[in-house]
Design a protein around this ligand. Structure first.
Ligand code: ADP
Ligand code: MG
Length: 629
């Protein structure tokens, strides 16, 4: 595209950019070094984009086919230049890329960075795709001269980072033949970034595994000296790679500055050939719960970067960062056609299986390391329990839980099954959003009394997968608030067992009938409970009905037309219940108040409100008045 704009134009940054720049300049970062990593990463991206375009359009490469990044220092002028021979930008792209912030992550980034302790900011920059602006941490003026591959026109962008930038045509002689040159006019306190040993260290450490060779020119007129050779780490054999090299590479691909929690590196051979280098991050990436839940695995074909939107992993593995380099996919397929390729489906399957089996091994060999992964990503992995039917068994093995007996450690389902009591036929769980409240639930009493472990599921995702009737090694998972609890098959300790016969007393049976007729439509039934050992009452779902917590979630989301009515369970061993049952036919009004109060008590214990707050307080007042008369 040709334009007839020949004048210098001054434009304001978008408000968000201005705010971001202000923050970059005025926050005190512990690690300003990252600016170079960001600029080199942009240069490498530009070279890879060109490499891809050149598959269709080889003439774009002209007489300069080898991608290269050059860092040039000029200590006297306090100037540092990062130049690439990549794809370059036309005027429109330049305005778009360096004047606005297109990405949705930006606002999230700013909120995080404003809330963060000083020092944490630098670690967040790369993750949020606002890398270019980090140049203003070290420079009080930044110039960008760029020429789009295949174009005659070149453009100069410059800014002091204070609200506006200038854009003008660049003299052809003064611009790269192709690609982009970023010139940093360093601030006084950043002048040391022209020292060769400092630059060499930073390039090696931060960008040693960039997919494009990086060389350094120490001062104007000096020779190019290659610092990083641009060899792909993933094609080297595992034995030749040091842990530090993996970490550096991980930092480059994830934009995170921590250590990877697991490194998965293998070469698939046989029907399809591909290399995989993937990492489970050491901490949660910021966009783990983004609506689009996109993965961040890059697809390469014979070392040419193709796309990072190829859905190489199922969504429940979206926290994994890394790449797949295929030897078989044709290079000249469009990105869209690659998506559809059966080869990609085979790769996806192979990589997924390998990641899960590596995690399974880690869980066996180093439970503590695996526990850390589970703490960060368990909620995401659990999405697989309902999204990936085929691998559910394997995912259930990987799942870890808190339970009534776990304390602060994690329990696997295998641990649970090994600790099951004689006569116990199900794996019991309870869902809710707060562990402490769950642990105080009356529904758990009978399980506790029998020493039966109950899993406490507090993540929102739990409500989804548990409804899909999972079972583990032949044991169904069952909610403690659902249906009959089958507890009578599991022995109680002797001292408790003695009082159990009261359950069948005629007085209790009459009281139950009275409660049923008084509460009418509020409930579906009233029953004597196995579940309760201390509390007087609790609510459970009818046999075959949905778990109570799940029903509550559905109705809150407006996804439930008619809620199931709960069953009120009363504890036939509880003193209050026994005394009430003894009242027989007397005091009808009092017993009616008490019936409603018992139901409301059970609701409150479930974290709900009384059905009718006004009626509730009137009844309460009458009962209190009676007791102090
Ligand atoms: P990100 O790299 O995550 O996209 P940056 O802030 O680092 O975010 O860069 C913003 C955009 O500027 C890039 O997406 C790219 O379009 C453009 N850009 C930056 N540096 C270069 C470069 N050296 N060559 C071509 N385009 C570039
Ligand atoms: Mg970038």
């Amino acid at each position: 595209m040709t334009t007839d704009i020949k004048e210098t134009e001054t434009r304001s940054f978008e408000a968000d950019v201005a705010r971001l720049l202000h923050m970059m300049v005025h926050s005190v970062y512990s690690d300003r070094d990252v600016f170079l990593r960001e600029l080199i990463s942009n240069a490498a991206d530009a070279c890879e984009k060109l490499r891809y375009e050149a598959i269709q359009n080889p003439e774009l490469l002209g007489d300069d086919p080898k991608p290269a990044i050059t860092i040039s220092a000029d200590p006297d002028a306090k100037r540092l230049t990062v130049e690439d021979n990549g794809i370059g930008m036309d005027r429109e792209e330049l305005v778009e890329a360096l004047g606005t912030i297109a990405r949705s992550g930006t606002r999230a980034f700013m909120e995080r960075i404003e809330a963060a302790q000083s020092g944490e900011g630098a670690e967040l920059i790369g993750q949020f795709g606002v890398g270019f602006y980090s140049a203003f941490m070290v420079a009080d003026k930044v110039e960008v001269v760029t020429r789009k591959a295949g174009s005659d026109e070149a453009w100069r962008w410059s800014s002091d980072g204070k609200g506006s930038y200038e854009i003008a045509p660049a003299a052809p002689d003064d611009a790269p033949k192709r690609g982009t040159r970023v010139v940093l006019h360093l601030m006084e306190d950043a002048a040391s970034y022209t020292q060769p040993y400092q630059l060499e260290r930073m390039i090696k450490e931060q960008s040693g595994h960039a997919p494009v060779p990086v060389s350094l020119v120490e001062k104007p007129g000096a020779d190019h000296r290659q610092i990083a050779d641009g060899t792909a780490l993933w094609v080297k054999s595992k034995g030749d790679i040091k842990p530090k090299e993996y970490t550096d590479f991980y930092r480059g691909v994830s934009g995170q500055y921590d250590e990877p929690a697991a490194t998965i590196h293998f070469r698939a051979e046989g029907r399809h050939e591909y290399n995989v280098l993937a990492f489970v991050p050491g901490s949660r990436p910021f966009d783990l719960f983004d609506q689009d839940r996109k993965g961040r695995m890059k697809l390469y074909v014979r070392r040419v970067f193709i796309t990072d939107e190829a859905n190489l992993l199922p969504r429940y593995l979206r926290f994994v960062r890394g790449l797949v380099d295929s030897a078989d996919l044709p290079l000249n397929l469009s990105r869209e056609m690659i998506q559809e390729s059966p080869l990609l489906a085979a790769i996806r399957k192979g990589v997924t299986n390998r990641i899960l089996s590596d995690m399974t091994k880690l869980a066996e060999n180093d439970p503590d390391a695996y526990a850390k992964i589970w703490e960060n990503f368990g909620v995401v992995l659990k999405e697989g329990l309902y999204e990936d039917w085929e691998r559910r068994e394997q995912l259930l093995k990987l799942a870890r839980f808190r339970s009534t007996t776990s304390g602060e450690s994690w329990r696997s389902l295998a641990d649970y099954v090994a600790a099951m009591k004689d006569g116990q036929k199900a794996i019991y769980f309870m869902t809710g959003d707060d562990r402490a409240r769950l642990e105080a639930s009356p529904q758990l009493e009978g399980f506790r009394a029998r020493g039966v472990e109950v899993l406490l599921l507090t993540d929102p995702v739990d409500s989804f997968w548990v409804t899909m009737a999972p079972e583990f090694e032949g044991n169904p998972l069952k909610s403690v608030t659902q249906g009959g609890a089958d507890l009578s098959d599991i022995a109680l300790p002797d001292d408790m067992a003695k009082t159990e016969h009261t359950q069948t007393s005629p007085e209790i049976a009459t009281f139950i009938a009275f409660l049923k007729s008084t509460l009418g439509d509020d409930i579906s039934d009233v029953k004597a409970s196995d579940r309760l050992t201390e509390s007087a009452v609790c609510l459970v779902a009818p046999e075959g009905g949905p778990d109570r917590q799940i029903e509550r979630l559905l109705s809150a989301a407006g996804r439930l037309d008619n809620a199931t009515k709960p069953v009120l369970e009363i504890n036939p061993r509880n003193e209050r219940i026994l005394a009430l049952a003894k009242l027989g036919d007397s005091n009808l009004a009092f017993r009616q108040d008490v019936a409603h109060l018992l139901y409301d008590e059970a609701r409150v214990l479930d974290g709900d409100k009384p059905t009718d707050p006004k009626a509730f307080s009137e009844r309460m007042a009458r009962v209190i008045a009676r007791s102090i008369r």
